[in-house]
Design a protein around this ligand. Structure first.
Ligand SMILES: C[S@@+](CC[C@H](N)C(=O)[O-])C[C@H]1O[C@@H](n2cnc3c(N)ncnc32)[C@H](O)[C@@H]1O
Length: 220
């Protein structure tokens, strides 16, 4: 059977997982640790409570449950291919859901950012483009460049492979096996830089060690 472009595109994926109460599992588990890391990355990048944050591919609010209480009320925005997943996170994971208006959770599988205001200061896409081909990243970054014109930094994670190993399956340091042509995907550093540059961004790598061996890039 052919592999799907992304596991999240398998028909019925979200409905089945949510019916089983698995909203934490389908964003990768490691709930507390990964939410805390994302919060720290954003604070290290300069985010303050008065800033507006866009969480791209936010899932069940693994970051949102930490960012919403920390940011000023209404300053957190999120997109995801599944709005139902974000709403489940809002209902079950937020201490005070009233701090996050429901219309800040936007279903957007095309990275078109419909309804996201131009006031976004910081954006993050954590563990999102690890599941999508580089062409999706290229398209998303082009749209983001236009739509998120005031953003101070866009943080994103990808898996990397060395250039001489990138054409085949590659075992990341913590054991995850990534691929050039199916999820989880890897790219080379040069591909990430070129993809960002083609969309009008400058991509800066970081040496921070992230869960599952993902690498962090800051786009400015
Ligand atoms: C590994 S989870 C990470 C979720 C979240 N960023 C976090 O760290 O908790 C990947 C997320 O990307 C979302 N996703 C997958 N394909 C997408 C697409 N085409 N557009 C928007 N979101 C997508 C999935 O629904 C899922 O919530």
């Amino acid at each position: 059977m052919p592999h799907p472009v992304s596991p999240y595109l398998v028909p019925g994926f979200y409905d089945t997982a949510l019916a089983k109460g698995r909203h934490r599992d389908i964003v990768g588990g490691r709930w507390e640790e990964t939410g805390r890391i994302q919060m720290q990355l954003l604070r290290d990048a300069g985010m303050q409570p008065h800033h507006h944050l866009l969480d791209i591919g936010a899932g069940s609010l693994r970051l949102g449950c930490k960012a919403v209480p920390w940011l000023n009320p209404g300053h957190y925005w999120a997109t995801d291919a599944s709005r139902a997943l974000m709403l489940r996170g809002r209902a079950l994971e937020l201490a005070d859901p009233a701090r996050l208006p429901e219309d800040h959770l936007i279903e957007d599988a095309a990275f078109a950012f419909p309804g996201v205001p131009q006031t976004i200061d910081y954006a993050i896409a954590f563990g999102v483009f690890t599941h999508l081909p580089l062409a999706s990243l290229r398209a998303a970054l082009a749209t983001a460049r236009q739509h998120l014109s005031g953003v101070q930094a866009l943080l994103l994670t990808v898996f990397l492979a060395p250039p001489d190993r990138a054409m085949a399956a590659y075992r990341q340091a913590d054991g995850v096996v990534t691929h050039p042509d199916r999820p989880p995907y890897h790219s080379t550093s040069d591909q990430v830089r070129a993809t960002a540059s083609a969309a009008g961004w400058r991509a800066l790598p970081s040496s921070v060690i992230l869960p599952r061996g993902q690498t962090l890039w800051t786009l400015i």
